[in-house]
Design a protein around this ligand. Structure first.
Ligand SMILES: *Cc1c(COP(=O)(O)O)cnc(C)c1O
Length: 385
């Protein structure tokens, strides 16, 4: 036991630039969506290589909701999702009165199984939402091909996948209908709360921009700068309140500048873990293809059956050593609402179930020092030996 400070599971990495930019927004008086949200959108598009429509929203959940609405998901439609995800991926389908269809994940990358998607396809399949778990991309070629063949849409839940590459291409730049990133406090970059919807499709972009702000045909900033009278606006649909305020975008523009460095540091930290934890009764995460880039939002390990330490006890023993761990995910088929509403049975999700029972996410974030990493490694070794 040590009396060292508790090492939390996650912490944001915010610097003086972020603080100064927020103060600048506060002093400017423009605190809601305005010039900085616009700048954040265009810089985000540049980051991805340009030529993409980027729509800043107040969460990834909102972005997923907007994307599904824009492609016309509604009652009677089915949307295929993995069971091994966060509840947001499923709830947005319900917001629109459509039916989430839950499938198991692959034991190779913990991502939605292409064979699972294939067997879940029906004439009512409207879309699939692949989730790039931990920051490792899904089998996107296969998924996009299935979508073409069976005429359904692809909306990527990229909450963990910034910046992730699939076969040398950044997630967000593939041929999906839309990709949604999260800037929640514990993600690879943050705006406190926030998200970015990315699409190449101008119709989807136009619909999302309108629905993001009450179904008003122009956003507040445009209203105050266009040649129409400032008070004039038109409601063309019953929209939502999903816009990103400039205070959040102020943080975002500086986090974005640091993102490549963040990824590099996360990859180094992950490599450190992978090197030091070798030989223990653990299954360690790995990159699927040489040409991929892992965002390392999470470092998920699986306790092997011969580890002798049950998962829950492992997390307790880590906590006793002052180290915060987490579990990703409690699969949706185990949550009371999803389980009961869709009669989901554990046996239908053998991989998700096994992952859930054995998974531990070790702390991995850019504010951790080498000493912190060593401390985690020592604790894991002590517990497993
Ligand atoms: C965090 C997360 C979300 C939701 O992101 P918010 O920005 O908090 O709405 C969605 N999907 C997955 C897989 C997530 O981890």
């Amino acid at each position: 036991m040590t009396n060292r400070e508790f090492l939390p599971f996650a912490l944001p990495d915010l610097g003086q630039e972020e603080i100064d930019e927020v103060v600048d927004s506060l002093k400017s008086g423009w605190v809601t969506t305005g010039p900085k949200a616009k700048r954040f959108e265009s810089e985000f598009s540049e980051y991805l290589g340009g030529g993409l429509e980027c729509i800043a929203v107040n969460s990834a959940t909102s972005g997923l909701h907007l994307a599904l609405e824009a492609i016309g998901v509604g009652p009677g439609d089915e949307v295929i999702i993995p069971s091994y995800t966060f509840t947001a991926t499923a709830e947005v389908v319900r917001y629109l009165g459509a039916t989430p269809v839950f499938v198991d994940v692959s034991k190779c990358d913990f991502n939605i199984a292409v064979s699972g998607i294939e067997s879940a396809i029906t004439p009512n399949t409207k879309a699939v939402i692949p989730v790039h778990f931990a920051g490792q991309s899904c089998e996107m070629d296969e998924i996009l091909e299935l979508a073409k063949k069976h005429n359904f849409r692809v909306i990527e839940d990229a909450a963990h996948a910034l910046p992730t590459k699939y076969k040398s291409k950044l997630i967000g730049t593939l041929e999906s209908d839309a990709t949604v990133f999260s800037f929640y406090a514990n993600k690879t970059m943050t705006t406190g709360e926030g998200g970015m919807l990315v699409t190449r499709n101008p119709d989807i972009a136009a619909r999302c921009r309108i629905m993001r702000l009450h179904g008003i045909s122009k956003d507040a900033f445009d209203r105050y700068t266009s040649n129409k009278p400032a008070w004039f606006y038109e409601v063309v649909a019953p929209g939502y309140k999903y816009n990103m305020p400039d205070i959040a975008a102020s943080i975002g523009v500086h986090q974005l500048k640091r993102l490549t460095g963040f990824q590099k540091k996360r990859a180094e930290m992950a490599a450190f873990y992978s090197e030091k934890l070798k030989g223990l009764p653990l299954t360690l995460p790995h990159l699927m293809r040489e040409t991929d880039q892992h965002a390392w939002h999470l470092y998920p390990v699986l306790l092997d059956s011969d580890s002798q330490v049950p998962r829950d006890q492992f997390i307790e023993l880590m906590a006793e050593r002052g180290i915060g761990c987490s579990v990703h995910f409690i699969p949706l088929h185990l949550h009371p609402f999803w389980k009961e509403a869709y009669k989901l049975k554990q046996e239908e999700f053998p991989v998700s179930q096994r992952l859930y029972e054995n998974e531990v996410s070790l702390p991995l974030y850019t504010k951790m020092t080498e000493g912190d990493l060593e401390r985690v490694v020592e604790a894991v070794k002590e517990i497993l030996s």
